[in-house]
Write a new protein. Structure first.
Length: 190
């Protein structure tokens, strides 16, 4: 009787486990997408990239952009200097230089994230590359804040921003960044 009860309970547990849905893996942590999450791809992006939209805080600053200045590391995945720039509420541009350092997060075997400060007043934070597409000149970065909220940024080249053609990165952003988004790019951004 005892063996029968044990066998019944074991079978019930196995059946429950087989029917349970696996927990959804975030896009940025899903091995199926690791090939589009390389720091080396982000580092190859030339020219000025604008934050088309982001999902973490509203701001009076618009026209946020990043432009690579030079590589400072001695390795393929070394640090890179960028100039970050934005237009304030009086239509003046402010900029500052920052160092972006490659990071490798859980499950990845090569650098898939960038650690940097988005402003002089922010702390250095790790932003995972959700997707980076050199051909389409776009990328999506994502981080999780201390309060466990997810924040995303959609960046596109000036050429793509001016053409207003939707990029594959925007599809990834819209499907995976469900928090309220704020449009930062405007026609005429420099």
């Amino acid at each position: 009787m005892r063996n029968m009860l044990f066998t019944f309970l074991l079978g019930f547990c196995l059946l429950a486990a087989a029917n349970s849905k696996p927990k959804d893996v975030p896009y940025e942590d899903d091995p199926q997408h690791f090939n589009e999450q390389k720091f080396s791809t982000m580092k190859q992006m030339e020219g000025q990239y604008f934050v088309k939209k982001w999902s973490y805080t509203n701001t009076s600053f618009r026209c946020h952009s990043a432009r690579r200045l030079d590589e400072t590391g001695g390795t393929e995945d070394g640090d890179v200097k960028y100039e970050l720039k934005a237009r304030n509420s009086t239509n003046n541009y402010v900029s500052y230089k920052t160092k972006i350092s490659p990071r490798t997060t859980n499950g990845h075997t090569e650098s898939n994230a960038a650690k940097y400060k988005i402003s002089r007043f922010d702390k250095r934070r790790t932003w995972k590359i959700m997707t980076a597409n050199l051909t389409e000149e776009c990328l999506v970065l994502v981080t999780t804040f201390e309060n466990k909220t997810k924040a995303c940024q959609l960046l596109i080249s000036k050429k793509k921003a001016e053409s207003q053609i939707r990029t594959p990165c925007e599809d990834v952003y819209d499907k995976n960044c469900k928090e309220k988004s704020y449009q930062l790019y405007q026609i005429g951004c420099e």
